[in-house]
Design a protein around this ligand. Structure first.
Ligand code: OAD
Ligand code: ZN
Length: 241
């Protein structure tokens, strides 16, 4: 199975990756769906939507605090490092739905963050930005950071009911259209518009590879399905390249 994928990677000039929450599971960050998914415990409409945040920011901050706590402890795993190495074999960009900064921490050069990043906070009124790490202790103690203007901060991530950053989405679509091969890693591929990135790549002639321990809605459309964990499968690929 690896052999066919290795051959396709060698043949490709341009490679792109799309990553989802499953990419970070081996770094100790919970995914959203499935057995240990956050959305079993937190209804996304009640905690992670713009209207919920406006109505009851304390409630949304319960979820943000948990995510910030998990991410502050997490380190990239061998899969993240493999994606950095893959740049030598043509990987141009990592398009990610993750907000944990782990691709950047590993050293990936071009990361397109479709859903923002938890490492910055943005004021809900004046849009002032600050580093989450400068307020970490306060947040982990159960407090909600406030801006100089008096309003509360929120993480600079996309909430349900908000649009994705348009420039990042456009760039991601452009990468999908020009890539020869796209690897979708650890995403259930159900949240739009990120979920349409692999199908856009396929429509414009790209080979599609998927890495996931479970089949997804994308699996019937891919050329090669590598069943397993991101770290294990990506390092397995790199060893054979
Ligand atoms: P999901 O939680 O929907 O899906 C995670 C996927 O990772 C599933 O298909 C799992 O089978 C797979 N998985 C689990 N462990 C894995 C491992 N070790 N290696 C590889 N794959 C593994 O996460 P996303 O698809 O990223 O959006 O979810 C998309 C968006 O939905 C998120 O960005 C978030 C959420 O609502 C927002 O918050 C805006
Ligand atoms: Zn402010």
């Amino acid at each position: 199975m690896y052999e066919n994928v290795v051959k396709k990677i060698r043949e490709a000039d341009k490679i792109a990756a799309l990553t989802g929450a499953g990419m970070s599971v081996e770094s100790g960050i919970a995914p959203f769906r499935g057995e240990d998914g956050l959305w079993n415990e937190f209804d996304p409409q009640e905690y992670a939507s713009l209207s919920a945040f406006r109505k009851d920011p304390d409630k949304s901050w319960e979820l943000f605090r948990l995510q910030i706590e998990e991410c502050s402890r997490a380190e990239p795993h061998e899969g993240h490092h493999s994606l950095v190495e893959l740049e030598e074999h043509g990987l141009n960009s990592v398009i990610t739905q993750n907000v944990d900064d782990l691709h950047q921490k590993a050293g990936s050069k071009k990361v397109l963050e479709l859903h923002g990043n938890l490492s910055e906070l943005i004021c809900s009124s004046c849009r002032e930005r600050v580093k989450t790490k400068d307020h970490l202790k306060y947040i982990l103690d159960g407090d909600i950071p406030h801006c100089k203007c008096g309003s509360i901060f929120r993480p600079d991530v996309v909430l349900f009911g908000e649009s994705l950053p348009l420039g990042v989405l456009r760039k991601s679509q452009h990468e999908a259209e020009r890539t020869d091969l796209l690897i979708s890693i650890g995403t259930s591929a159900v949240v739009q518009p990120a979920a349409s990135i692999p199908t856009l790549a396929k429509k414009t002639g790209s080979v599609l590879i998927e890495i996931n321990p479970k089949r997804t809605v994308l699996t019937p459309k891919v050329d090669h399905f590598l069943k397993g964990k991101a770290g294990e499968k990506l390092s397995g690929l790199m060893e054979r390249l």
